[in-house]
Design a binder for this molecule. Structure first.
Ligand code: PHE
Length: 435
């Protein structure tokens, strides 16, 4: 059977943006921002997007488009039986780890869409959330989210992924824009704006190692790099695209949507409680839910908000699942529906474990995933610069204009040496801050 490709250029860009924009922007970002000194984290994150994020996207696209394979196949064919093959296995593991907690949060979101209609969480958001966040209620909605994701991936790249994300991605932008305006009208003086946008360097100077580590991990998470997702998406891409142009568009739109989400989340977080409730994984479902429960018009806004988060989460979950599915289809000749079914069954188990164990979930969704993505990208970069070498520069330049030639010259130095050192430091500093 012939391998599918994207129908159109904007199909690829929209799908990649759909992958990038997700729970990372709306749920994980406020959590980490609140934990890492507010605006100082925002600044570190902005820097990380440009310094590590865009080059990371480029490297992933180069590997994917060069090999036209899923990451496992990519490293197997390009690296031809060397130990670099391990990177493909790492991508598989990372994807499963990602989905195992992502579907838990996806399930919370599905539940909150419904409960915004019924008003289920309005009365006492904090105790409501702690009653449903883990255990059976969480598992049930996790399954709903997981099955919706699987159903779309089963249908295929063009009819499933591309046509769904073509609808979801623009919808996210429109909804978030509307919500940001509503928030500003309702809570123009919220201290949340200051917390988010006013820069206070004190926290940063005292904790720069952990802030930089968390910020760069979040940049990778948010741009879906280090797990092989972007390798997979770029493997369906033609040679006539400029990777630099497409990648920059994706990174900038993702950043814009993330900033927009912050303009909804932070002011609302502060309106009701006056202080951020330490963020934490539950911030979106406790403080924010509280705001929807008390502000005029909150009920309908709650539905719109959680629906937006649902769209964002779904288009990302699809992209994470696509990687192992592509692996089973490309490498083992399974049909797409069979591959999807096998993986979904596996995820019921590995995801279920997270839905039942809160401290495991916190660890997996926080430091574990950051470390895995950072390690993955470190490997991709070393591989592209030192093993693919000139081939990777040629792939980077294919379909691109003169600007790429300019960037291609310091490419090896940046991607092969400077950034890997930085990523290594960030892994070590996160480890150090954990012990
Ligand atoms: N970028 C997605 C988000 O922000 C998460 C993701 C990570 C998707 C890694 C694919 C790979 O929600």
């Amino acid at each position: 059977m012939e391998r599918e490709t994207w129908v159109s250029r904007d199909g690829f860009i929209l799908a990649a943006i759909g992958s990038a924009v997700g729970l990372g922007n709306i749920w994980r970002f406020p959590w980490l921002t609140a934990d890492n000194g507010g605006s100082a984290f925002l600044v570190a994150y902005l820097v990380a997007i440009f310094v590590v994020g865009i080059p990371g996207l480029m490297v992933s696209f180069v590997i994917g488009r060069r090999s036209k394979r899923n990451p496992v196949g990519a490293f197997r064919t390009l690296a031809g039986g060397t130990h670099w093959n391990i990177l493909g296995g790492l991508c598989l593991v990372t994807s499963l780890v990602l989905l195992s907690f992502y579907t838990v949060v996806g399930g919370w979101v599905v539940r909150y869409v419904l409960e915004s209609i019924t008003g289920g969480y309005f009365h006492d958001p904090a105790s409501h959330f702690s009653a449903i966040a883990f255990g059976m209620p969480a598992f049930f909605f996790q399954l709903v989210f997981l099955f919706i994701t699987g159903a779309i991936v089963t249908v295929g790249v063009q009819r499933g992924i591309e046509s769904t994300t073509r609808l979801l991605t623009p919808a996210i932008v429109v909804f978030l824009g509307g919500l940001a305006i509503w928030t500003w009208i309702r809570a123009p003086a919220s201290p949340g704006y200051d917390f988010y946008l006013g820069f206070d360097g004190t926290y940063f100077t005292q904790n720069y190692l952990s802030v930089i580590g968390a910020a760069s991990g979040q940049a990778l998470f948010s741009l879906s790099i280090g797990s092989g997702t972007m390798i997979t998406y770029a493997s369906y891409l033609g040679e006539d695209r400029s990777l630099l142009a497409d990648g920059s568009i994706i990174a900038i739109v993702n950043l814009g949507i993330g900033l927009l989400a912050g303009l909804v989340v932070f002011p609302l977080l502060f309106t009701v409680v006056g202080e951020p409730t330490g963020g934490g994984p539950g911030a979106l479902f406790v403080s924010l839910a509280g705001a929807f429960g008390t502000l005029p018009g909150g009920r309908i806004i709650g539905v719109a908000f959680y629906l937006t988060v649902f769209f964002a989460a779904l288009s990302s979950a699809i992209s994470i699942l696509e990687m192992p599915v592509a692996y089973f289809v490309d490498e083992h000749g399974l049909s797409r529906p069979t591959a999807t079914a096998v993986l979904t069954a596996l995820l019921v188990v590995t995801g279920g474990v997270n839905a039942f164990n809160e401290s495991l979930f916190d660890f997996v969704a926080g430091p574990l995933v950051s470390q895995l993505l950072t390690l993955g990208l470190l490997g991709f970069m070393l591989y592209a610069a030192w093993v693919l070498g000139d081939e990777s520069t040629a792939e980077f330049k294919a379909g691109a204009g003169p600007l790429s030639d300019l960037v291609a010259t310091p490419w090896r130095l940046i991607v092969g040496t400077l950034l890997p050192l930085f990523l290594l430091l960030s892994i070590l500093s996160t480890l150090a801050s954990m012990v």
